[in-house]
Design a protein. Structure first.
Length: 115
């Protein structure tokens, strides 16, 4: 995957990124991504954080599959890990998951793979 966005691979067809905004969705689609998972709760970073609704609308307009699975940065429950794993099984790849820094999406991926 080539994109100017701050993305990094965690598997051959799974990538993570820090917070992305609506404008990034078209670039992801152009780079060949097919799905996006947003792991960041709305307003976690305050009122200037892009909302799930704005990012989802842009992702769908760009032809991407999109799912919202907001989880805490401090703790990801077994149920949230299972839900992330289910999304990885269902969504077309390559898939990109994002949160504030990319760390919680990475932890979710690693934990889902260990299940």
């Amino acid at each position: 995957m080539q994109a100017s966005l701050p993305i990094r691979p965690v598997a051959d067809d799974v990538y993570v990124a820090p917070q992305l905004d609506a404008e990034a969705m078209a670039e992801l689609a152009r780079a060949g991504f097919r799905s996006v998972i947003n792991n960041r709760p709305d307003f976690e970073g305050g009122p200037d954080q892009p909302t799930n609704a704005s990012v989802e609308a842009a992702a769908r307009a760009a032809g991407l599959e999109y799912r919202f699975l907001p989880v805490s940065g401090a703790y990801q429950s077994p149920e949230e890990i299972a839900a992330f794993g289910a999304l990885l099984a269902e969504l077309p790849r390559p898939v990109l998951a994002f949160c504030r820094s990319g760390a919680r999406s990475t932890r979710l991926f690693v934990a889902a793979q260990a299940r």
